[in-house]
Every structure is written in structure tokens, then in C-alpha cells.
Design a protein. Structure first.
Length: 124
């Protein structure tokens, strides 16, 4: 499982859903749709209409992967922090029942408010 407390693991930027779809689509359940994808150096996260899927790419070749499924139904609270003038990173914090806090840092021009809307529409 990914160490979500290590913020250096996730400095995520926008990623094209079409690039991740072939790998993630076989994991989706009936009625589940891909909404957004963000990639770090090797790891990435995908937001669907039912959950957040975090993918930890492991090993030298990157063929080994750990998939962590975080269903929105288990979110107890969430927080977003927008980027500022000097701190250009945005942050999403999610508190999951039975897991605790998951922090994701987004670099660059990520619309963190739209992510908040996605999460809110399925949690609230």
C-alpha cells in the first residue's frame, strides 16, 4: 500500500484519462466511470464516480504495481487547499474510516475546486 503520509510520494499533475484507461478500466465495476487522472513521477491516482484509485508503480522496470482502492463511501471528511502566490501546490486531504488521513499534493495548474466538487457530490 502507498505511504500517503509521505508527501514526496505524490506531487501530482494533470494526466490524460485516455492514457490510464487501458490499465484501470478492467478494475472498474458496472456503472463506474473515469472522471480525472493525475500523475507523479511514477505513481498516479484516478478519480472515478465511486472511488479514488491510487497506483504505486514499483520495481526497476515499473511492471509491478500496487492498486489501492479508496471508496468515497468511506470518507468522513475532506479538505482542499488552493495554490497561492508563493506556494504553488494545491492539496487535497481525505479522512477515511478505518484508514485515517490521505494527503495528495498537486503541482501546477490543477483545479482543486473541481476535485472538491467531485468528492462532495459523492460524499455529501
Amino acid at each position: 500500500m502507498i505511504d500517503f503520509n509521505n508527501s514526496s510520494v505524490f506531487k501530482l499533475g494533470p494526466w490524460n484519462i485516455a492514457e490510464v484507461a487501458p490499465e484501470v478500466t478492467p478494475m472498474l465495476v458496472a456503472g463506474e466511470e473515469l472522471l480525472a487522472a493525475f500523475k507523479g513521477a511514477r505513481d498516479y491516482v484516478v478519480f472515478t464516480n465511486k472511488r479514488l484509485i491510487a497506483v504505486n508503480v514499483q520495481g526497476l522496470t515499473g511492471k509491478k504495481r500496487d492498486y489501492t482502492s479508496l471508496p468515497y463511501s468511506r470518507i468522513q471528511a475532506f479538505s482542499v487547499e488552493t495554490a497561492g502566490t508563493f506556494d504553488l501546490d494545491a492539496e487535497l486531504e481525505l479522512w477515511f474510516s478505518g484508514l485515517g488521513k490521505v494527503s495528495l499534493d498537486f503541482k501546477g495548474k490543477v483545479d482543486i475546486r473541481s476535485l472538491s466538487q467531485i468528492i462532495g457530490s459523492y460524499v455529501l
